[in-house]
Design a protein around this ligand. Structure first.
Ligand SMILES: *Cc1c(COP(=O)(O)O)cnc(C)c1O
Length: 412
């Protein structure tokens, strides 16, 4: 658990979150290194293979201090843009510890990534053809789409037949054709079916397809099975059975290595699983508003700071840190953005008064990272709790930041 009740106060590593809000102001993102470490270790311990590498999918949360901590655990990094590559280099990752897994980027962007020396992952036949035609021998990984749906949500699943991601498994012959007739150097095979592995069996079916495809490549150094490890957002949610998955996957992978008589590396690239539960988002209640049909708690934040509930219909547990034991009432928790921005509809929460601090759980992944300046509001600060101490790892923006990069030269 990120937050625990100590003497009636919600705490992270024994620091009351009300103290954090006083010290740093609100709204505020807070992360707990102990949870990140626990999740990383859970994943690593689930597998029994000779060579395992966890590439943290840093798009979930790219604060440099977080990246540095995750690297200290032994992880490598998965990136989707030159910006993320630069952040990872800044955090101390070596180029060979970084995989660049973009979608629909230009050849120019691939070239820049190669100049930086990172591993690259190609997700379309056209780019592969370019590499073949230009006799580029830089080692590459190929992203295959096995077309297995992991989870039912088309918005976050990337494995379905209409998905833009990866090279369709139905085009495997074309890939092999390029490989045979060029100097392409394929060092890895990759898939990432989406962010929602509910059913380990379904995921394992997809891995069978990838293993079969991998069998056609003779110089592989790694096989990367992407992510999709699901964590609980509500108590009744199903979490990926990581130990069951690890056992089954290790068995398949070890057999694959034995058949080839070569120990290659097994890779995964989780984002959410590593950081989601480590984060909470704190915001103050501005107003309690009664309407004929609803009781609203209006917060001093909105989808400019936390968009997942509106963007993905995702559920984030909300705690009233100022009144943990109050009688529950049903609230629609809303933001201050001039659009419908409900964080929750009719949710039972201990009685909320204006001024109360609410805490959103599971706010580590895709939360701060998706924040914007919409409605010309500034982005919040980020704090990291490590070994019982709190550290400011990103300052709150200032109003001045809204003007930055505007040239303001033209007068009428
Ligand atoms: C986003 C992404 C991930 C991480 O997904 P999570 O659901 O956060 O674990 C992994 N691999 C690729 C290629 C991604 O785009």
């Amino acid at each position: 658990m990120t937050m625990e009740l100590h003497n009636g106060q919600y705490c992270i590593q024994e620091i009351p979150i009300t103290d954090l809000s006083e010290k740093y102001g609100l709204p505020l993102y807070v992360y707990d290194t102990a949870i990140i470490k626990r999740q990383y270790n859970r994943l690593v311990n689930a597998f029994d293979v000779k060579r395992l590498v966890i590439n943290y999918a840093c798009k979930a949360l790219t604060n440099i201090s977080i990246l540095r901590f995750i690297r200290s655990l032994g992880a490598h990094a998965d990136t989707v843009s030159l910006g993320e590559i630069q952040l990872c280099l800044r955090a101390g990752f070596l180029p060979e510890e970084i995989v660049f897994t973009p979608s629909a980027v230009s050849i120019e962007e691939y070239k820049k990534a190669m100049e930086l020396g990172v591993r690259i992952n190609i997700d379309n036949l056209e780019t592969l053809a370019y590499f073949a035609d230009h006799k580029i021998t830089y080692p590459v990984c190929v992203r295959i789409n096995p077309h297995i749906m992991a989870g039912g949500n088309k918005k976050i699943s990337t494995g379905h037949i209409d998905s833009k991601f990866g090279i369709s498994i139905h085009q495997l012959d074309s890939i092999l054709n390029y490989v045979e007739n060029s100097h392409l150097n394929i060092e890895g095979i990759h898939m990432h079916t989406g962010s929602d592995i509910l059913d380990v069996e379904v995921f394992l079916q997809a891995t069978d397809i990838l293993f079969k495809a991998a069998g056609h490549f003779s110089d592989l150094n790694y096989v990367d099975f992407g992510s999709g490890f699901k964590v609980k957002y509500k108590p009744e949610d199903i979490e990926t059975d990581i130990d069951l998955f690890g056992r089954e996957m290790s068995r398949k992978f070890n057999r694959f290595c034995e058949e080839r008589n070569k120990d290659i590396t097994l890779m995964f690239e989780p984002g959410k699983f590593i950081v989601s539960e480590s984060g909470i988002f704190l915001a103050r209640t501005n107003i309690i508003k009664h309407s004929p049909s609803n009781l609203f708690a209006g917060l001093d934040t909105g989808f400019n700071h936390l968009i997942r509930p509106m963007f993905y219909d995702s559920y984030h547990e909300i705690i009233n840190a100022s009144n943990p034991h109050g009688d529950k009432k049903y609230y629609s928790v809303v933001g201050y953005i001039c659009e419908t921005d409900n964080f929750a509809w009719n949710r039972p929460i201990p009685e909320i008064s204006a001024g109360d601090i609410l805490a959103f759980k599971n706010a580590g992944a895709y939360c701060f990272q998706m924040a914007s300046n919409y409605n010309s509001r500034i982005r919040p600060a980020e704090v990291l709790i490590h070994e019982g101490k709190d550290y400011l790892i990103r300052e709150r923006e200032e109003l001045e930041d809204l003007f930055r990069h505007q040239t303001d030269q033209i007068r009428f």
